[in-house]
Design a protein around this ligand. Sequence first.
Ligand SMILES: [Zn+2]
Length: 189
Amino acid sequence: MSDPDIKVHEKWMKEALRLANAALAQGEFPVGCVLVSQNQEVGKGSRTNSGGMAQNELDHAEILALRDWVKRGKPGHCITVYSTLEPCLMCTGALLINGINNIVFAYEDVMGGACGIKLGAISASGQTLRDYSMYRKLKVTSGVLRHESLRLFKGFFSQPNNNYLKGTPLEQYTLEAYKHEKQKHRQNH
Ligand SMILES: [Zn+2]
């Protein structure tokens, strides 16, 4: 990754983090997502209904960002998606089917993250068609402003009122990762 790339990635990840922070303030799981084409925002969303009466596993930040993009008339091309958390299987699939295969995320989702998926296994039945498959490539950049994102997830899990994904390996991993980061920080200063 070259320096200008990092600067651009951080600029848009900051926007995704801003959305995630606003979601967290509403008691939602802090996932924010921005779709970017030629350094312009073309869609955005944040996790909704991660708790409460309407809790569901459809209103993920990436899905809402895609809906926002559709509402705007599907502007741009060669879109990059910025998400504060590694996209899940549903969101990775939805992004790919919509022609978006450049994914940048901040914090790895050790439980539901799907960016390591072996796309070659999909449509393997049609060997000759495989090269034309919409699933043929996925470009993933991970760990952009990871610490900032990790801090938000730690904040979410530390709040007793938030029930979503409590008691899961992701919660445990997040609390340990945060502790580890803090120790590292202390050793360096
Ligand atoms: Zn998702």
